[in-house]
Design a protein around this ligand. Structure first.
Ligand code: COA
Length: 388
């Protein structure tokens, strides 16, 4: 058992979308927002270590981006470690921060996620979106991320009879949620018919089944739970953290209808949690493509295999439903700045569990889960949170 419990005392993020600001200004904006959100304030010098999740899209962030964060966060000598795990970079940065607190080595840390994607020309985007896939065979054969998730969707439809409309409904719901989120990239309602008739990207997935290319940054301030009340009367407690991996190449996996990395991460996270899956108030899931949300619901044990489609079509995962999923619009509509997503999911949990999510507030939100996937399922983190 950990010697300490971790808690979030502050969180902030930039708007998501095509931002004029460069990565340095984005880091500063997210970090400043996190510090400003701490009810009784926290001095920058109290942060003992920082972890930065970023893929390094377009090469900009490959250099010493950790040093840039140290400057923009005014850390005055505290170490910064960059964590890279494709689209789960910030999920793993958060996990590293949690472990630093739980081990008793640190009592206040900063976790940040960052990606600047839209300034890359489209050929470069395709290159950078490909670097997290299997470069031995699958990428050489032309398989893109949308291609991988297209395969998973086809197999899911074949094995479970999953209706195409259920995939479309994920996009319709997440766009409806994003309409309520001022930070979201797409604030535009869409219909099921529009999703079904959108230009085909990778069969059966169309343009409106895909997450977009996004700029964004998010920051979280974590302390030990025992220290958290110095800073706020309502810290968000972290009650479970798990991670898992699987083969990079999809062809080497045992199943095409489930991500083993998510199942492993969930098993570890729930092993320690004081409550179980039936007690969740809402979940922030990695819906990079519409099929990914259905896979996540099933892999996390929130529905039986093949059961997520019916749950979605019955609007149980919409705001107002039994288990809202992605109240902030998810990757699909809030946007997916690769290395920032895991931190942004936790920033949403911070607002929701403190009753500060305004128009998209989940009523009586008390317990939440985030799931962040690297690439097409080579890695995943699951984190469990509780209101204090
Ligand atoms: N959802 C909704 N609308 C989208 C969109 C998306 N995912 N992507 C682009 N659009 C819209 C744009 O806003 C634009 O609208 P406008 O004409 O009204 O301004 C229009 O579609 C064309 O945009 P463009 O950027 O030229 O599209 P594109 O064809 O270059 O890219 C995708 C579309 C789907 C290929 C691209 O968004 C993509 O690669 N997404 C997946 C990213 C990814 O793989 N991430 C990692 C996941 S693991």
């Amino acid at each position: 058992m950990p010697s300490e419990q971790a808690a979030i005392v502050g969180a902030g993020q930039t708007r998501f979308g095509a931002l004029r600001e460069g990565p340095r200004a984005m880091l500063r904006e997210a970090v400043d927002a996190a510090f400003a959100s701490v009810d009784r304030g926290i001095d920058h010098r109290e942060v003992e270590e920082a972890y930065l999740g970023t893929l390094g899209f377009n090469g900009w962030q490959i250099g010493n981006v950790s040093a840039v964060l140290a400057e923009e966060a005014r850390l005055e000598g505290a170490p910064v470690t960059r964590v890279e795990n494709a689209c789960a970079s910030a999920g793993f940065a958060l996990r590293t921060g949690i472990q630093a607190i739980e081990s008793g080595q640190r009592s206040a840390v900063l976790v940040v996620g960052l990606e600047k994607m839209t300034d890359a020309p489209s050929r470069r985007r395709r290159y950078w979106l490909g670097v997290s896939g299997d470069t031995e065979w699958e990428r050489l054969a032309g398989l893109t991320f949308a291609g991988v998730y297209g395969l998973l969707a086809s197999r899911h439809m074949h094995e479970f009879g999953t209706p195409r409309e259920a995939l479309a409904e994920v996009a319709v719901k997440n766009h409806a949620h994003a309409l309520l989120n001022p930070k979201a990239q797409f604030r535009k309602a869409i219909t099921r018919e529009e999703v079904l008739s959108s230009p085909r990207v990778a069969d059966p997935l169309g343009l409106l089944d895909c997450c977009p290319v996004t700029d964004g940054a998010a920051a979280l301030l974590l302390t030990s739970a025992s220290r958290a009340r110095r800073y706020t009367d309502s810290p968000v407690l972290i009650v479970g953290s798990g991670a898992g991996s699987d083969s990079l190449a999809v062809q080497d996996r045992a199943s095409l209808t489930s991500l083993a990395a998510t199942r492993r991460a969930a098993e570890e996270a729930f092993r320690r949690s004081p409550w179980d899956r039936t007690q969740l108030s809402f979940a922030e899931l990695h819906d990079c493509f519409t099929i990914a949300e259905l896979l996540a619901i099933e892999d996390l044990g929130l529905a039986p295999p093949g059961g997520a489609a019916a749950m979605t079509l019955a609007h149980e995962t919409a705001l107002g439903g039994r288990l809202p999923v992605n109240p902030d619009g998810g990757l699909k509509a809030k946007g997916h700045p690769i290395g920032a997503t895991g931190a942004s999911q936790a920033a949403e949990v911070f607002l929701q569990l403190r009753g500060q999510a305004e128009k998209r507030q989940v009523p009586a939100a008390a317990r939440a889960l985030t799931q962040n996937v690297g690439g097409s399922g080579a890695s995943a983190t699951v984190t469990l949170f509780e209101a204090s």
